[in-house]
Design a binder for this molecule. Structure first.
Ligand SMILES: Nc1ncnc2c1ncn2[C@@H]1O[C@H](COP(=O)(O)OP(=O)(O)OP(=O)(O)O)[C@@H](O)[C@H]1O
Ligand SMILES: [Mg+2]
Length: 258
């Protein structure tokens, strides 16, 4: 009996193994890129806070009280920075520790962080909480998403205006929903198709050289994808935009509400 061996088979398998290895390498590299760009994007804001308070504390005639206050702000901002790095690395490793969290509380925290910036630009916020609305999330990451949406909404209304934030539980679908609506410049259908792409922006950096990297929404989408959620937008040019995040609701809260 003659045994016929197919020489091409081991070669093909070697090639498949090599390609698989290359794919894994590329995935790892793209993860590194995601983490680096995410951290860089969020750190821009935090470093500005740290720098401003450090400068305030250094002023020659500063009172001990306001020096202490500045130092507290610096510590809080640094802790937030550490939590963001931790969250982004966890997301890259796929090992995020989620906690059952009331989304209304996260919106409040994000509003607290964005508050000064919003009022400086004559932007007020209308809150509609139909909650508590529980979901299993990495709190710092959802806070990051909310901050990005709030800052975008503020930037869409350069003359000021109202941002409407709504949090509700859609019990029949088992979803926890947050929407952020503005009455700003809106987007054209052409822009709408690209806004979640990394580096897509229609903005130029502001006077503090902040913003306009086009990374905010792509980071939001990655975070929401990792939470097995969805982020959607409706917009009309010159009228405004509504961004809606839908996350799986925490099951007990869904049952209680049913
Ligand atoms: N609320 C909004 N109203 C109008 N346009 C928006 C709104 N949110 C996002 N956009 C559009 O989507 C683009 C991408 O947004 P994204 O947050 O990813 O980046 P950016 O805001 O331009 O830059 P960065 O977030 O890095 O400061 C924006 O440049 C803008 O054209
Ligand atoms: Mg943005």
């Amino acid at each position: 009996m003659r045994v016929v061996t197919d020489n091409s088979e081991p070669a093909a398998q070697d090639e498949i193994a090599w390609l698989r290895d290359q794919l894994l390498r590329c995935q790892r590299l793209s993860t590194v890129g995601t983490v680096a760009s995410g951290v860089a994007h969020e750190f821009n804001n935090i470093l500005t806070t740290i720098l401003n308070h450090a400068k305030m504390a250094q002023k020659p005639n500063v009172t001990p009280e306001s020096k202490d206050q500045s130092l507290e702000k610096i510590v809080a901002a640094s802790q937030r920075a550490a939590a963001i790095v931790h969250g982004m690395l966890g997301m890259a490793r796929g090992s995020m520790r989620r906690e059952v969290t009331d989304l209304c509380k996260l919106v409040d925290e994000a509003l607290l962080l964005a508050g000064k910036d919003l009022s400086k630009h004559r932007v007020t916020v209308e809150k509609i909480y139909k909650g508590p609305v529980l979901a299993e999330v990495v709190p710092i990451q959802i806070e990051q998403v909310l901050l990005n949406l709030l800052i975008n909404a503020k930037q869409a209304m350069p003359q000021g205006g109202v941002i409407r934030v709504e949090v509700l539980e859609n019990s029949p679908l088992g979803l926890a929903e947050i929407s952020v609506a503005d009455a700003g410049c809106g987007m054209s259908p052409g822009d709408l198709g690209h806004i979640f792409e990394p580096f897509y922006t229609t903005k130029t950096p502001d006077s503090d050289n902040r913003g306009g990297t086009g990374l905010g929404l792509s980071i939001c989408r990655q975070i929401i994808d990792q939470h097995r959620g969805r982020i959607r937008v409706q917009s009309a040019l010159g009228k405004g935009s509504i961004f809606t995040i839908k996350l799986p609701a925490h099951i007990e809260s869904a049952r209680k509400a049913a």
